[in-house]
Design a protein around this ligand. Structure first.
Ligand SMILES: [Mg+2]
Length: 273
């Protein structure tokens, strides 16, 4: 198990993980956030939100000097100081929209994406306020859509997307169209490799998440914290050993704290406090 002075990188989901499912507070996690900041351990926000939605939160958490992963892994956002050398994965939003519109024109597919509607409509779909809906609509690398057509057309639609190098993943209410190789897991792997390249030595990765869209991230890290979620989905992982996977008994930021307490060994002087 890693120590606080090991070359750790931590990837965390937001809603229901670092943030409380109901009031979005991260207060219980603050002592650990301070510890990580002091030890200069990067904390990478890894979320389904858009960059526009994450920006204010990243700033409130004092993490703006770090990259973050948005749109379920389809987008990696870098601080101004970063110059990644390897090509950053992902499709461009404009290209995704272009493909979707062309397919709809050709086959009469019945769907509506965020790019087809107004903030008012997205607010109705999501329950967000209109200004928040506008932030959620600032897409860079993935498109949420609602399918209105039949099942037969849907499987045809899926095949067409695959041919175009795009994939469809299930969200809560929406289907998400993104690059075929995109996901939280691939984004975590890419960023860990980039850290390793910059530092010239191996890194140890730890991930925390509560939902099915976190599974690829939890599979990609050395140490996985499965935070108890407000949902009925099983969270199957290929590993079970306590040195690799820890399942919390608490929800949200309380579970987040349990996970870090489990995996990260503090220096003796801190334990005595
Ligand atoms: Mg979550």
């Amino acid at each position: 198990m890693p120590y606080l002075d090991d070359p750790l990188i931590i990837f965390t989901d937001l809603d229901g993980s670092l943030l409380d499912h109901h009031d979005y507070s991260w207060e219980p996690a603050q002592p650990w956030l301070d510890r990580l900041a002091t030890a200069q351990i990067p904390l990478i926000l890894t979320t389904s939100k858009t960059s526009a939605e994450v920006a204010a939160l990243q700033s409130a958490l004092q993490l703006t000097h770090l990259p973050f992963i948005a749109e379920n892994g389809a987008m990696i956002h870098f601080p101004a100081s970063w110059r990644p050398e390897s090509p950053v994965p992902g499709a461009r939003y404009a290209d995704i929209r272009h493909t979707l519109e062309e397919l709809r024109h050709r086959y009469d597919f019945e769907f509506r994406g965020f790019g087809d509607v107004t903030p008012k409509q997205v607010a109705i779909w999501t329950g967000l306020s209109e200004p928040d809906a506008a932030l959620a609509m600032q897409r860079e690398a993935s498109e949420p859509l609602i399918w209105f057509g039949n099942d037969l057309d849907f499987s045809h639609f899926k095949k067409c997307l695959t041919r175009e190098g795009l994939a469809l993943t299930r969200g809560g209410r929406f289907w998400h169209v993104m690059g075929v190789d995109a996901g939280k897991g691939p984004a975590v792997q890419w960023l860990a490799a980039e850290y390793q390249r910059q530092r010239g030595k191996p890194v140890i990765t730890l991930g925390l998440g509560d939902g099915p869209n976190d599974i690829s991230m939890l599979e990609a890290v050395d140490h996985a914290v499965v935070i108890k979620g407000h949902h009925d989905h099983a969270m199957p992982l290929s590993r079970h050993h306590a040195s690799q996977v820890f399942r919390t008994s608490e929800f949200g930021p309380h579970g987040w704290v349990q996970g870090l307490d489990h995996f990260i060994t503090l220096p003796a002087r801190e334990i005595q406090k």
